[in-house]
Design a protein around this ligand. Structure first.
Ligand SMILES: Cc1cc2nc3c(=O)[nH]c(=O)nc-3n(C[C@H](O)[C@H](O)[C@H](O)COP(=O)(O)O)c2cc1C
Length: 216
């Protein structure tokens, strides 16, 4: 433990590559986000559409990584199991936040808002675009439930595989589908030297987006 703590204390990266000021920011935060996401996609970021989804269970915040799959009319969309822990948390409290981290660019984006389920049609359409193996995974895995062993999980997958002929298209299970976050707050963070980072925030108000700078 001593060694790892000493190593952690010494870990230090200098962020000097870029800056962020009001002039660099689109007045529409969704457009600013798309710009940064495109830059992350064309840079060396692994899984640039991965983000930490934070929800709350009672007074306990909970986070896990999921993948952004679209920016749609009803918001920032991702797909999951509605019966999972996150699904259960969102059914009780639809407020959530998304945190994107693009380390090679020294950038972070936080988005907060309220989550709704996407339409059944949207979920069907996206389910049909997924690889067959992922579809079978979604059909067979009771996400977030305790399972006895890896073997039990494999057997569930095998059972689902045998229920359909190889040429049969697979129906979306009712418990699997999309969620979309309708944003009320964005923060764009650009790492700078001496930990004097740039933070530009957008807050939704009745008269439009209010934009301000935060101290790092
Ligand atoms: C890079 C990455 C991408 C992931 N993408 C998804 C996703 O799009 N949907 C999903 O349900 N889980 C995804 N997961 C798994 C989740 O992190 C999590 O384990 C799962 O959704 C169960 O979370 P819950 O028990 O809090 O509901 C991903 C994990 C990683 C590491």
């Amino acid at each position: 433990m001593k060694n790892i703590n000493e190593t952690l204390e010494k870990l230090r990266v200098r962020y000097q590559s870029r800056a962020l000021d009001f002039d660099d920011c689109d007045v529409i935060p969704e457009k600013q986000f798309s710009l940064w996401l495109e830059e992350a996609i064309s840079s060396e970021c692994d899984e640039p559409n991965a983000f930490t989804l934070s929800t709350v269970e009672g007074d306990q915040p909970r986070g896990r990584v999921v993948l952004l799959k679209g920016i749609k009319d009803d918001g920032f969309a991702f797909y999951t199991n509605y019966d999972s822990d996150k699904g259960s948390e969102l059914s009780k409290n639809p407020k959530a936040s998304m945190t994107f981290l693009w380390l090679p660019l020294h950038r972070q984006v936080r988005i907060e808002g309220v989550i709704v389920k996407t339409s059944a049609q949207d979920s069907d359409e996206y389910f049909q675009k997924r690889p067959r193996g992922s579809q079978l995974g979604a059909i067979s895995s009771p996400q977030s439930l305790v399972v006895k062993s890896r073997q039990d999980l494999e057997e569930m997958f095998e059972k689902a595989t045998k229920e359909f002929t190889p040429d049969q298209s697979l129906p979306r299970p009712a418990q699997w589908g999309g969620y979309a976050l309708n944003p009320t707050y964005f923060e764009f963070w650009q790492g700078r030297d001496n930990r004097m980072h740039d933070r530009i925030a957008y807050e939704r108000t009745d008269s439009g987006w209010k934009i301000y700078r935060l101290a790092p």
